[in-house]
Design a protein around this ligand. Structure first.
Ligand code: TMP
Length: 217
């Protein structure tokens, strides 16, 4: 039987280069022979992608912070059951573009909901499922936002004010400090080759971890 796969999440504020960097991570890990499922939140399943459209879509009437939170966890519940758990069980690695740390950062840091509220839903929906590693792509808010501005119509989150994203970034820093064992913080404000150099080091660490798991009886 295959050992359980590694669950890796990638986090960061807006415009930190998640898509480009996840493609690079995928390339490195697949080259080392891992079987990989790359997915995202909110989304990753047909229902989750529908909920993503609701969450990101700009609308005339607002979505309350609590309704937003519950929609995110509804998408997550489906994602875990349909994609994440079956893949990990089958020994595949899962690289997920955002997970529950994003909920702490955006819904607690950004919107002001309490950590306790999110922790209750986290336990209910995830049980003991936690990422093995979380890669935080970190860059100053104005650097990220200037990258986002060239991309066309901003979504419902991208329309938030700078102070919202400062709180999001501050919360990510708090989480990285509190869970330093699983977090790897990447300075994403550097030019791409320097960011990839940092990512390569982390990928090598992950591959070593995978080899150790495979040697276990
Ligand atoms: P992105 O994945 O393209 O960056 O967009 C997803 C947006 O959803 C992003 O602005 C952050 C937001 N989000 C939350 O607010 N809470 C969450 O738990 C997740 C997963 C995403």
């Amino acid at each position: 039987m295959n050992p359980r796969g590694l669950f890796i999440t990638v986090e960061g504020g807006e415009g930190v280069g998640k898509s480009t960097n996840i493609a690079y991570i995928r390339q490195q890990l697949e080259a080392a022979g891992t079987e990989l499922v790359v997915t995202r939140e909110p989304g990753g399943t047909p229902l989750g992608e529908e909920l993503r459209d609701v969450l990101l879509g700009v609308r005339d009437t607002g979505i309350s912070a609590m309704a937003e939170l519950l929609l995110i966890f509804a998408a997550r519940a489906q994602h875990i059951e349909e994609v994440i758990e079956p893949a990990l069980e089958a020994g595949k690695w899962v690289v997920c573009d955002r997970f529950t740390d994003a909920t702490y950062a955006y819904q607690c840091g950004g919107r002001g909901l309490s950590f306790e509220t999110v922790a209750v839903l986290e336990k209910l929906v995830q049980g003991d499922l936690l990422p093995d590693y979380t890669l935080l792509l970190d860059a100053p808010v104005d650097t990220g936002m200037s990258r986002v501005q060239g991309r066309g119509e901003p979504d419902r989150f991208e329309r938030e004010e700078l102070a919202f994203f400062e709180r999001v970034r501050g919360t990510y820093h708090q989480l990285a400090e509190a869970s330093s064992g699983r977090y790897r913080v990447i300075d994403a404000s550097q030019p791409l080759p320097a960011v990839q150099q940092q990512l390569l080091q982390v990928c090598n660490e992950l591959i070593t971890c995978w080899r150790v798991r495979h040697q276990q009886p």
